[in-house]
Design a protein around this ligand. Structure first.
Ligand code: ADP
Length: 690
């Protein structure tokens, strides 16, 4: 299969192969790695990422949900306030309709219709105010002729002297001296009064009756209707003379006045009624009196209110469809909310106090807002600054269009903090989860990498072992065959062939020993029998056994053994194997160094056996791993030499089984020293042959 160079490079990196061509098994392994990676990505990485994304988006939607929930509660609260207001006017409409259904006027007992109602007005077909008040004005004062004034003054002077007859005569004269009804009426009323004062009760009554007949509708300069005054005075005189008849006359006057429209801005009717009622105290039916006094109060209030809204009264009479209430809300500066409706053909206008409605509704809003712990509802007048954390701002319908009902958070800071805390907590959970996944991915990648490496190392090991086996076997066979066929010169050549066969056989057996030992170590079946022994002797024999192999590589073997070494607890064969392995490595990797040395010393921890060379050295990053099984440095200088990667593993195992240790000191290109230390005392529990 042909592959582009970059792909090859990538695959080589992935598989940790730094030298040699990629082999089919490498590609197979790469396929496995890719398959595993794809599986890992689709079953762990992708779901983890999706879940994280989901979690993050859920944080956002949770915050939004909190807002939405609060907003919807705020809306509901705002609606409640609106409803409260609408209910006030619904009740008013129903009560008004009901009043009409009973064929009663909606102009009286306003409190029954709505507590906020201050005035109710009926307009005539022409749109003019007809009941219970009408628009009018105080008559313009008319200058009286001098003679008229003189006559009046003379009358008053006579009155002061209690000369009733003369006074009456002066007043009568005065009545003839002006043509203006106000003046005439004034003079004639004065005349009637002095006649009464003079004791001519009947005559006075007649005089009042005449004045009534002539000037019933004339208003005097103070706003009193002359007719009303005449009736009142006449009835007062009658009451003294004939209480029953006088009382009825006064009651009739009161009823008549209360049934007639009063003029806005003038208080004459109110005064007359109040005075008449005062006379009736104790004389008339108490129920009637109470009812009438209530009517008087209401009418006076209406009159007072009508004065306040007088300017608007002229504007509100806009015809509406029958039975359909129309509202004109309180505008800035207006004290009134207006409702107009056409009922049974009449046009009515109702005036509500915007102020008291606003106050009550404010209280209701506070009450409604208090039902929701974290919300506040309030009314804002135009121009009032909007508070923080507002959810809804609703104008109060057609009734209070400039006022807004505002629903806001009770404590925006606290809510923001609560939201932040919740968000942070969730974010922390997501972050930790993502972090854990990332850690998991890194570790998994490492484990996978190590497994790939292991697989490669094992494959290499098998190849290396076969390679190592082949060369001694080939040598033995070649030499053997040469001898067998008599192709060798007798004498030195023959000897050399025999030596070579023995040498290769030794090498073979060393290799096989190593492999078998390694297999036993891996199985956990390898046992050593430690006994006190002379380490110098063991080292000496082993060095001598390997001397020829070392020297065959052109190396000088330097041996430094002390004379009097203490006895050490060792397995003779195993120590021999340790030394053989170290020496064969020194010969193999120190071949260009000229020297290979062995030195035995008593050290701090026990007896130190060092094997050194001046060869290629070991890269620091390899030093930690060279004792791992199958490990061979990737250094091309190492790779060029045959090896299986189990020699040092066996060394370490044997040394540790002796309770000792092995260390390496090395510099690249300078040389290497391996030192194994055997303790003088045997490890605990060892002493006899296992
Ligand atoms: P190998 O069969 O490869 O020699 P060993 O377990 O004996 O296996 O050694 C492991 C590795 O340690 C070697 O592959 C080599 O990289 C390194 N090594 C061991 N001894 C030496 C030495 N004397 N000089 C340089 N490198 C050495």
């Amino acid at each position: 299969m042909r592959m582009p160079a970059i792909v090859k490079q990538l695959a080589a990196r992935l598989l940790g192969r730094t030298e040699g061509e990629l082999r089919p098994q490498d590609l197979r392994r790469m396929r496995d790695v890719l398959r595993f990676s794809a599986l890992f990505a689709s079953t762990i990485l992708l779901p983890a990422l999706l879940l994280s994304a989901l979690a993050l988006s859920s944080i956002r939607s949770q915050v939004l949900a909190v807002d939405a929930e609060l907003r919807s509660r705020a809306n509901a609260t705002s609606e409640q306030v609106q409803l409260e207001l609408a209910r006030i006017f619904d009740r008013f409409e129903a009560a008004t309709q009901e009043r009409l259904a009973r064929n009663e006027s909606p102009l009286n007992n306003l409190g029954e219709l709505s507590p906020y109602l201050r005035g109710a007005y009926r307009f005539d077909a022409a749109g003019a105010l007809a009941a219970p008040v009408e628009l009018g004005a105080l008559p313009q004062p008319v200058p009286a002729p001098l003679r008229f004034r003189n006559a009046l003054r003379a009358g008053r002077a006579a009155e002061a002297e209690a000369d009733w007859r003369r006074a009456a005569a002066h007043y009568e004269r005065a009545a003839g001296l002006s043509t203006h009804p106000i003046h005439v009426a004034e003079a004639r009323l004065a005349r009637a009064r002095v006649i009464g004062d003079a004791g001519g009760t009947r005559e006075a009554e007649q005089a009042y009756s005449d004045v009534y007949g002539d000037f019933a509708a004339v208003r005097d300069e103070r706003g009193f209707r002359v007719g009303d005054l005449a009736l009142l005075k006449g009835a007062e005189l009658r009451l003294a003379r004939e209480p029953d008849v006088g009382s009825v006359a006064l009651q009739n006057l009161v009823e008549q006045l209360l049934d007639s429209p009063w003029t806005v801005g003038l208080a004459g009717e109110a005064t007359v009624v109040r005075r008449a009622i005062g006379h009736l105290e104790g004389a008339a039916d108490p129920d009637w009196l109470a009812r009438t006094r209530a009517r008087l109060n209401e009418r006076t209030d209406q009159l007072y209110w009508a004065e306040i809204v007088a300017a608007e009264l002229e504007l509100v009479a806009v015809p509406t469809p029958e039975g359909d209430f129309r509202y004109a809300g309180a505008r800035i500066g207006s004290p009134s909310i207006w409702a107009t409706v056409q009922l049974s053909g009449d046009l009515y206008a109702f005036s509500f106090s915007a102020q008291s409605l606003f106050e009550d509704l404010s209280q209701a809003a506070t009450r409604i807002g208090a039902l929701e712990e974290d919300l506040i509802a309030e009314l804002l007048l135009p121009g009032q600054p909007q508070p923080m954390g507002v959810f809804t701002v609703e104008p109060l319908g057609p009734w209070l269009p400039t006022v807004t009902a505002v629903v806001r958070q009770a404590d925006p800071k606290q809510l923001a903090e609560r939201k932040d805390r919740a968000r942070l907590a969730r974010l922390a959970v997501v972050t930790v989860a993502v972090f854990m996944v990332a850690v998991g991915v890194v570790f998994s990648a490492r484990i996978i990498g190590r497994e790939v490496e292991n697989a490669r190392i094992k494959a290499d090991f098998a190849a290396n072992v076969s390679h190592e086996l082949r060369s001694p076997i080939t040598q033995i066979r070649l030499k053997g065959e040469a001898l067998q066929l008599g192709l060798v010169d007798p004498g030195e050549d023959t000897q050399q062939h025999y030596d070579a066969i023995v040498h290769e056989a030794e090498r073979l057996s060393r290799l096989v020993d190593n492999v078998l030992d390694f297999a036993a170590i891996e199985r956990g079946a390898k046992k050593y029998s430690l006994r006190p022994d002379d380490l110098t002797a063991i080292v000496y024999h082993t060095v001598e056994a390997t001397r020829s192999a070392v020297e065959a590589r052109g190396l000088e073997l330097i041996v430094d053994l002390p004379e009097d070494l203490p006895v050490a607890w060792v397995d003779r064969e195993a120590v021999g194997q340790v030394l053989t392995n170290l020496l064969s490595n020194a010969a193999k990797y120190g071949a260009d160094g000229g020297y290979v040395g062995v030195r035995v010393r008593v050290g701090l921890e026990g007896i130190d056996v060092s094997v050194w060379d001046r060869g290629i050295g070991i890269d620091p990053k390899d030093q930690a791993q060279i004792f791992e099984h199958f490990y061979r440095s990737n250094d091309p200088n190492v790779r060029r030499r045959k090896g299986t990667g189990i020699g040092l593993t066996i060394v370490r195992y044997i040394v540790e089984a002796h309770g000792g240790s092995v260390s390496v000191e090395s510099r690249s290109g300078v040389g290497t020293t391996f030192t194994v230390t055997f303790p003088l005392e045997p490890p605990a529990g060892v002493g006899a042959k296992a």
